[in-house]
Design a protein around this ligand. Sequence first.
Ligand code: FE2
Length: 180
Amino acid sequence: MATNKMKAPASDTKEIVDVPWAYRETVDRLSPGGRYIDMGTDVDSPWVPFGDGAAIKHLMFDVRTNTYSNILWMKGPGTIGTHLHRGTVTMVTLTGSVRYLEYDWVGTPGGLILEVPGEAHTLVTEHPEGCKLFGWMNGPIDFFDAEGVYADTVDVWWMITHYETYCKENGIPLNPKLYL
Ligand SMILES: [Fe+2]
């Protein structure tokens, strides 16, 4: 019987190791660098109102690839209108529950939601406490009204403007860590 011999590479030390890396200087000069964003508090990013019963905590903007990350907080039962994705979405339910009118599953805490370009759907939460959704989104998202008429497009520039407008109106300094 075949045995899977794969295992984590050995690590018998708890020390920083100086890895040989020919491009270190170039990386140091050009890379935006990794970083830690505290998404559990308001220290790195405030909750920005998104309509009456929802808010967004912006976590990352990458204008090179039109990629943005945030937590969407729906504070009670509600709907995010029908939208069409032009890029991909990776989303994790943090609290409450969420589903789409178009699909037969319900997302609960810890569940992974994947969305691909060309999908159009309508997000609802019926949980009494709504939901918090962590999202890592790429590309524009087109929104439509109840008659299917195009209404607006959300992308990285929309997200930046949403964040910066709120910060400026409330005297909150912009956090450079959010801009990749
Ligand atoms: Fe979506």
